[in-house]
Design a protein. Structure first.
Length: 137
């Protein structure tokens, strides 16, 4: 085994580990933002439920809020990645600078992680009691 391949393997392992860590941090961040904004909208959600909104409608409302954040981030990230991969082309192993399957898989993965992070705040929002929500600060 050559020394170069060992260092490439170690570098790839570190890059993968840091990628997973960044995905976890993104999920925690999205969860925090969606949970906070949902908590701030408790009164509005209570009014919606009191006026006849079904729990499923409220659930979809909160999920769509988180998905809009993810799509905005993906748009900015994809634009930046197209520009920056030209400068980092020498560091990419086994993929081209604009590898469409890799970009698509990562984008889908981020959307799935976003939906998972938004699930708990959406579930809580769908179970809000209108009487309690209207008395909420």
């Amino acid at each position: 085994m050559q020394m170069g391949s060992i260092f490439e393997r170690i570098a790839g392992t570190f890059a993968g580990a840091f990628g997973l860590l960044s995905l976890l941090l993104a999920a925690v961040g999205i969860y925090g933002v969606v949970a906070y904004t949902t908590r701030q909208r408790t009164r509005e959600i209570g009014i919606r439920i009191a006026l006849g909104a079904k729990p499923g409608d409220v659930f979809r409302l909160v999920l769509s809020q988180g998905l809009k954040l993810a799509i905005a981030g993906l748009t900015i990230g994809l634009l930046l990645s197209v520009v920056l991969t030209r400068f980092l082309h020498g560091m990419l192993f086994g993929v081209s600078a604009t590898d469409i399957p890799t970009i698509a898989i990562v984008s889908i993965l981020l959307c799935v992680v976003t939906l998972a992070a938004c699930f708990l705040p959406a579930h809580r929002a769908a179970k809000i009691n209108p009487n309690t929500a209207l008395r909420y600060e």
